[in-house]
Design a binder for this molecule. Structure first.
Ligand SMILES: NC(=O)c1ccc[n+]([C@@H]2O[C@H](COP(=O)([O-])OP(=O)(O)OC[C@H]3O[C@@H](n4cnc5c(N)ncnc54)[C@H](OP(=O)(O)O)[C@@H]3O)[C@@H](O)[C@H]2O)c1
Length: 252
């Protein structure tokens, strides 16, 4: 008989949470022990014997939820946005006193997206120019997307390590926004269009050639293999991990 991991989902009535509930229920090696919404007490996690908490809630709730989980010795797999440097710093302090407990903060659970960002960063040291275009549905409230910011940061770190200069750009005049925004020296352009879900292109340019790395999420189901990968591997990753790439053997 398979020993099942006891998993709880927070934000279970939300769009992502409902998908996660279905994904956990469908996995033979996982057991859904709690599916909580905003009005439920976190004490239910303890009562249900949860070992791993999946947080897919809202930026205003996620820090308290994760804190509760860690303080009670539970691992947390987190997809909720809003984890800025201050929150991450406080979480690291908390985790320092809870040996063996792991937290994964994953700005993007889509495996293809995580891989595309990692490939783009690695490729960017071999090209003179790099720019990012992210394209999303018009209900999205933040721009650029968290994934685009993270991709730009990975690219920037890779190029700095290789001693590369900034991408060439002779622009001296233009309308505000025409060149997108600057994230750690990488230009990011945000498109909001009815009909889209979540898409990103990294354009890499060299003399006479272009490499485009594109990823498309067509449905929230695209995030679930990454959520399950996080749940299955978190016990062997104590401490804080930011980004699902930390759980993938990319060999880059
Ligand atoms: N990492 C990724 O790959 C990824 C992908 C997509 C989205 N996201 C992020 O995931 C989060 C959820 O997205 P979504 O589209 O599912 O949002 P959503 O549909 O608004 O769902 C959020 C849910 O969380 C519930 N909630 C709020 N506070 C809670 C608490 N303290 N305990 C339990 N549940 C609570 C809300 O309940 P009420 O309805 O009662 O307010 C709502 O049902 C967002 O931050 C989003 O940006 C991440």
């Amino acid at each position: 008989m398979i020993e099942q991991l006891a998993v709880a989902v927070l934000g279970a009535n939300g769009r992502m949470g409902a998908e996660a509930v279905k994904a956990v229920e469908a996995a033979a090696d996982l057991k859904l022990v709690a599916a909580l919404g905003r009005k439920d007490s976190l004490d239910a996690l303890v009562d249900a014997g949860a070992r791993i908490v999946v947080d897919l809630t809202v930026p205003g709730s996620t820090e308290a939820n994760v804190r509760f989980a860690v303080e009670h010795g539970m691992h947390a797999v987190v997809g909720t946005t809003g984890w800025d440097a201050g929150r991450l710093g406080r979480l690291e302090e908390l985790l320092a006193g809870q040996s063996g407990v792991g937290v994964l903060i994953a700005p993007n659970f889509a495996l293809g997206s995580v891989l595309a960002s990692a490939f783009a960063a690695k490729a960017s040291r071999y090209f003179e120019s790099v720019e990012i275009i992210e394209l999303h549905h018009p209900e999205k409230v933040d721009a650029p997307s968290g994934t685009a910011v993270r991709t730009a940061q990975l690219i920037s770190a890779e190029r700095q390590a290789a001693g590369l200069p900034a991408s060439p750009d002779a622009t001296t005049s233009g309308r505000p926004g025409a060149r997108g925004c600057d994230v750690d020296g990488v230009r990011v352009h945000s498109v909001r269009l009815r009909g889209l879900v979540a898409h990103q292109e990294v354009l890499l340019g060299g003399p006479g050639e272009q490499l485009t790395l594109r990823h498309d999420s067509f449905d929230r189901a695209s995030f679930m293999p990454g959520v399950l990968l996080g749940v299955r591997n978190i016990a062997s990753h104590p401490g804080l991990t930011v980004g699902l790439d930390g759980y993938l053997d990319l060999g880059l």
